[in-house]
Design a protein around this ligand. Structure first.
Ligand SMILES: *Cc1c(COP(=O)(O)O)cnc(C)c1O
Length: 386
C-alpha cells in the first residue's frame, strides 16, 4: 500500500473489543493475567502498551522498518542509542548536530570516557573514511541538518561506516519519512524527534527509532524497557493522530518552504539563504536524489547578530519560539535559542543566522509577514558599495 494509506491504517485496526475506529488511549499501567504468565501480550505498560504499539507499527511502516520503538522524547531515543556504545569506543557525528545532542555527547557522555569526533558537513561525502577506524561504533548523521540545512549523501555515509563495522544512525527529524527514508539508503537506524513533523501540531514531545536489523532491534527493545524512556499512552496517541495527515501537511510545508526560500533569496537585506531546494545549495543534487521534496525548514543569514535578533522579534505570524514542524510558522535565533549549547563548539551556529519553520498557513500571508519584518532591516552593504 502507498505511504498515505499506511499512515492512516498501519497498526491501526478498529478496536477489537468495541469497534472504535480510532485506537483507544489505553491509560493503564498494568494488565490482568488469567494465570501466571498467561496474558494477551501485555503485562506492564513500561514494557508495552497497545496505544504505543500502534504508533510503533505505524511509524515503522512509514520508515520501511521491520521494527519500531517509541520514546518519551527525541533525546530519550538518542540516549538509548548511546547505550549501544561502550566507554572507550568512538562516535563520529556530523559537526552541526542538533544542539541537544551535542550537549548530551559533550557534557554527559564525554566525561564518562566516551569519545566523539565531529566531522564538518563539507568533508562528509568524500572524506568521512579518514575520520573512521576500528574504534568507531556509530556514525551519526543529520540530513538536512539543524540549523544549517546541510545535506549529506546517506548511501556514501553508510558505505564508509560499514567498511569499519560501525552502524549508521540517521536523524530524519527534518525530512520526515514522507520526504526521505534512510534505511532504504543503507542506514542501520533511523531516529526521530516525533515532537516535530510527525506529531505536527506542537502539542507533544516524543521520539522514535526504526530498524531492519534484528540484533539491534532486540537490543533496543531490551534497553527501552530497562532504561525506561518510554512515552505515555496519550502522547503516543497524539503522535499517531498526527501521522494520519503527515503526507498532506508535508506537501504544503514543502510548497510554502520553497516560496519563502525564493522570496528571501531575492531580498536585499538577506546575505544568504540555506535551503536544500535552492540550486545555490552546495548539495542540492544529493538532496534531489535522496529526498522526495525539500521540506519546510529554511535558514538565512542577515548582516549581523543585532539584525537577526531584532528581526525575529518583528514577525507577527511567524511566532518567536523554539521547536519546529508544527502547522504554525515559527522563527528563532539558533545561536541564542535552540543551539545556545553549541556556543563553545568549533561549529557554533553563526550569530547572524535566523531559522524558520515554515508552517501550512497561506503562502501570501507568510510572505507578507516576512516582507514587513525585513523592511525594517537595513539592506546589506554589498562589497561593491563598501
Ligand atoms: C528536536 C530535535 C531533537 C530532540 O528531540 P526532542 O523531542 O526535543 O527530545 C533531535 N534532533 C533534531 C534534529 C531535532 O530537531
Amino acid at each position: 500500500m502507498e505511504f498515505e494509506t499506511r499512515a492512516i491504517h498501519a497498526g491501526q485496526e478498529p478496536d477489537p473489543a468495541t469497534g472504535a475506529i480510532i485506537t483507544p488511549i489505553y491509560q493503564t499501567s498494568t494488565f490482568v493475567q488469567e494465570a501466571v504468565g498467561v496474558h494477551k501480550g501485555y503485562d506492564y505498560a513500561r514494557v508495552a502498551n497497545p496505544t504505543r504499539t500502534a504508533l510503533e507499527e505505524a511509524l515503522a511502516s512509514l520508515e520501511g522498518a521491520t521494527h519500531g520503538l517509541a520514546y518519551g522524547s527525541g533525546l530519550g531515543a538518542t540516549t538509548t542509542i548511546m547505550h549501544l556504545v561502550d566507554p572507550g569506543q568512538r562516535v563520529v557525528l556530523i559537526a552541526d548536530v542538533y544542539g541537544g545532542v551535542y550537549r548530551m555527547t559533550s557534557q554527559v557522555y564525554e566525561p564518562k570516557g566516551y569519545h566523539f569526533t565531529y566531522v564538518p558537513a563539507e568533508e562528509f561525502d568524500d572524506n568521512l573514511s579518514s575520520y573512521l577506524g576500528d574504534d568507531v561504533a556509530v556514525v551519526w548523521v543529520e540530513t538536512p541538518s539543524n540549523p544549517l540545512l546541510n545535506v549529506v549523501d546517506i548511501r556514501k555515509a553508510a558505505d564508509a561506516a560499514h567498511a569499519v563495522g560501525a552502524a549508521l544512525v540517521v536523524d530524519n527529524t527534518f525530512a520526515s519519512p514522507y520526504l526521505q527514508q534512510p534505511l532504504e539508503l543503507g542506514a542501520d537506524l533511523v531516529v526521530h524527534s516525533t515532537t516535530k513533523y510527525l506529531g505536527g501540531h506542537s502539542d507533544v514531545v516524543g521520539g522514535f527509532i526504526g530498524t531492519n536489523d534484528e540484533g539491534l532491534a532486540e537490543r533496543l527493545r531490551f534497553l527501552q524497557k530497562s532504561l525506561g524512556a518510554v512515552p505515555g499512552p496519550f502522547d503516543s496517541w497524539l503522535v499517531l493522530r498526527g501521522l494520519k495527515t503527515l503526507a498532506v501537511r508535508m506537501r504544503q510545508h514543502c510548497e510554502n518552504g520553497r516560496a519563502v526560500a525564493a522570496f528571501l533569496e531575492e531580498h536585499p537585506a538577506v546575505e544568504r539563504v540555506l535551503y536544500p531546494g535552492l540550486a545555490s545549495h552546495p548539495n542540492h543534487e544529493v538532496a534531489r536524489r535522496q529526498m522526495r521534496d525539500f521540506g519546510g525548514m529554511v535558514s538565512f543569514l542577515l548582516e549581523s547578530e543585532e539584525e537577526a535578533v531584532a528581526m525575529v522579534a518583528r514577525t507577527k505570524l511567524f511566532q518567536l519560539a523554539e521547536s519546529l514542524g508544527g502547522v504554525e510558522s515559527l522563527i528563532e535565533h539558533p545561536a541564542r535559542m535552540t543551539h545556545a549549547s553549541t556556543a563553545d563548539a568549533p561549529f557554533a551556529a553563526p550569530r547572524n543566522l535566523v531559522r524558520l519553520s515554515v508552517g501550512i498557513e497561506a503562502e501570501s500571508d507568510l510572505l507578507a509577514d516576512l516582507e514587513l519584518a525585513l523592511a525594517q532591516t537595513p539592506a546589506r552593504v554589498t562589497s561593491a558599495s563598501a
